[in-house]
Ligand binder design. Sequence first.
Ligand code: ATP
Length: 903
Amino acid sequence: MTKRKWWSQSVDETLTILKSSKSGLSCEDAANRKTNNSEMITNDQTMNPVRMFLNQFTDTMILVLLGATVVSGLVGAMIDAITIMIIVLINAVLGFVQEYKAEKSLEEIKKLAASYAEVIRSGERIQILAQELVDGDIVLVEAGTKVPADIRLIQSFSLEADESALTGESVPVEKDANLCCEVNTPLAEQANMVFMGTAINRGRGSGVVVATGMQTIMGEIAQMMIEIDRSMTPLQIKLDQLGKILIIICMVVCAAVAGMGIYRGEPVLTMFLAGISLAVAAIPEGLPAIVTVVLAVGIQRMAKRNAIVRKLPAVETLGCTTVICSDKTGTLTCNQMKVQRLASVDSILRMEQSEQNDRQQFIRKNDVVDPMKLPGIHRIIDISLHCNNASIKKQNRKIEFFGDPTEAALLLLASNTSLEKQGHLIKEIPFDSERKRMSVVIERNGEQYLFVKGALEVIIGTCSYVLKNERNDLMRTQERNYFMKLQEEWAAEALRILGFAFRKLEKGKWEHLTDKDLEKDLILTGMCGMIDPPRPGVKQSVKNCIDAGIFPIMITGDHPSTAAAIAKQIGISKEGGVITGLQIDQLNDKELYKRAVNDRVFARVSPQHKNRIVTVLKNKGHVVAMTGDGVNDAPAIKASDIGVAMGITGTQVTKEAASMILTDDDFSTIVEAVYEGRAIYDNIRKFIRYLLGCNIGEVLVMFVSSLFAMPLPLLPIQILWVNLVTDGLPAMALGLEPPEPGIMTRKPRPKNESIFARKMGVYIFSRGMYIAFISLAAFVIGMACVRMSGMSGLELPRTMAFTTLVMAQLFYVFECRSEKYSPFELGFFKNRFLIVAVTCSVIMQLCVLYLPFMQGAFKTVPLNGWQWGVILLLTGIRLLWKFILYTYQSLFVSGNNYVKIKP
Ligand code: ATP
């Protein structure tokens, strides 16, 4: 298909060709066109289950084992060979299931992180998945939007795009819908187009979709979708390195075991198989894979709690977080704003709910007044209506809004009056948190006006006059002080304040002015104050955060007194100290750090300040989580350890920079994510402790018996079986252990802490020795029994050692559920997966002991009552002791740390 040169067509031509209009496609039309656009940008990383299954057999040790099995089959040990094959196959299936589950979870998460587009369909502004866009759709873009398709602009206001993803040029490109470019204009100069995958830096606009998916310029060049970053987490890297060291140690020990056996005169093939089986069983090659499963399952659990993790390493880092820097508006507060107060130079009003209808009334002192009769207030509402990009829908008592909540609140205010939009928009200088104001030029009845709204002190800075009884008086210090004093009073009540100003423009005389010169000599009309209450539950979350050794910091563009009032209400600051953006510029790093730790509230900051705060905190060794929504927040988000983007109000650009997205924009969700992060790390430690403990036990049984020239206590098949029944399901189930109590009352884990820290290494080794010791003890007891009964053969001692090794590991798994609490304190049956897994393993072991065909394959004999008694005593004594202690304490001792656990 030859592509059209959309940039050389006028807006009308483009709309005609695409059979669309400025009010968008109808929903039916869009649905019909969809079929023509099923071809999305393909993602060649899709999983291939067959390849994944075959990958399970690529491990070198498995291949050597299979080779050896074939050899043993050839020399006659057919049953051995088949059994080993079956075990290896079951192991491969287990490995496949684990990996498939991990991949599936990651795919699901990827879907959650999909991007959206705002479109006009059937005349209404709606949000759809970016992949549902069709040619002819009218799309709205604004600062922070990641452009979802190739678009011919229809309308643009101060629009600038960052096209570096496409052209490599990092300087933002100005866009203008009214231009019609030459046919042969190069891509970088097509100023009336925006392209998929690029980002809007400033301004806003709308346009018609001319290409989607693979048809876009970006589609031709590369694949574009939010990718989940699968890079290895620091822990996975460490485990990978540890795995390599363990492989070498295991190989040496296994070779030694095999060598010593052969030297003693054991059959060469048996010893060869024993050595390799031991290596297969002892090398924790699956450890990184299980870590991925646990991380992925944890990520899904977080997604259910509204936190979407985009980068795997963030899960680990979450557990180390020491500071959470949060925006105020929308994250700590509800972002459901409502105007409560209005003031012009001659009237102060408050808003009250009417008893007759769902409208609000304007009250001056105690009287209801008509705002249309008060020139200052009338003008504030006029500016509110026009200097506004939000839209609201009132249905019964429910209000739905699109766009900035501050602007929606102003529309809601205006909906209580008879005033409506009048005139048309000529120019717009968008709001951004740097300028802290927004301006529009409106033409109405042949006259042009500049309307401005923004932070009060910023607006006052642009004004020379003040509106007083329809007159424009020169602004004196007196009026300035009146408004500033009112701002302090309202802000102390946690109100969010906005100033309003305007001026009449002379046609033909302002068009060439810079934005700064245009916004000069304005007439101040007044101010409004709106409430934005703290989110329910945020106070408790702040407390949880502090209890967990994490200190919260509020960073807001809002007024210092408003920030201080909210911070006090939710418990972030006690003293009420606030550091302003201006002060940040004057403080050196050391002073800034001190103030950050003491005051914890930053106000009237710009996005660059956020960057500096992150850097200062990180330099002091903190692990910083930082929230952001605007396009300018992306650098600070990237600089932090955990960048957190807002799912509702956040821009696509910040979402892509972030490692975590909050789908509900709620601060409490970050605290919950930290909780989950800590729980996930705990679980990883739990199964590492379990797996390594078990493996050390297995190796030591064989090694020690060789050292003491004992007969082989376990046959190769038995070793592989132990590996199958204990390493697979129980280890996985341990990874799914519910979070233990008290996770959020301990200090954050140091970032560089070793996985074996807090005595875990000693613990693993001692438990491995214990398991080996009792297995050998069972073997020796078995030999003594055989000798006492005047018989011979090693079947019984081996069966006893084999069963002891299995049972010891199955009891040990319960101990690994917590480093602090006994399994009885935690609730013995609380981890149902573990109960099921252990039950399965026990049944499997019983099959090996009592099913005749399995007895033949595994060379076992059925155990009698007293033999079981010995085994259960050896393996269960530790757990039994804990149970006795627990029962005693819970029955007879009060005030102890047993049984008192509340989740
Ligand atoms: P936070 O940084 O916590 O999200 P914020 O929304 O108050 O809070 P900014 O968006 O930087 O921070 O806003 C700074 C100030 O700009 C606000 O206090 C308000 O006075 C003004 N302001 C906010 N939104 C608008 C808007 N849409 N138009 C004009 N002025 C605005």
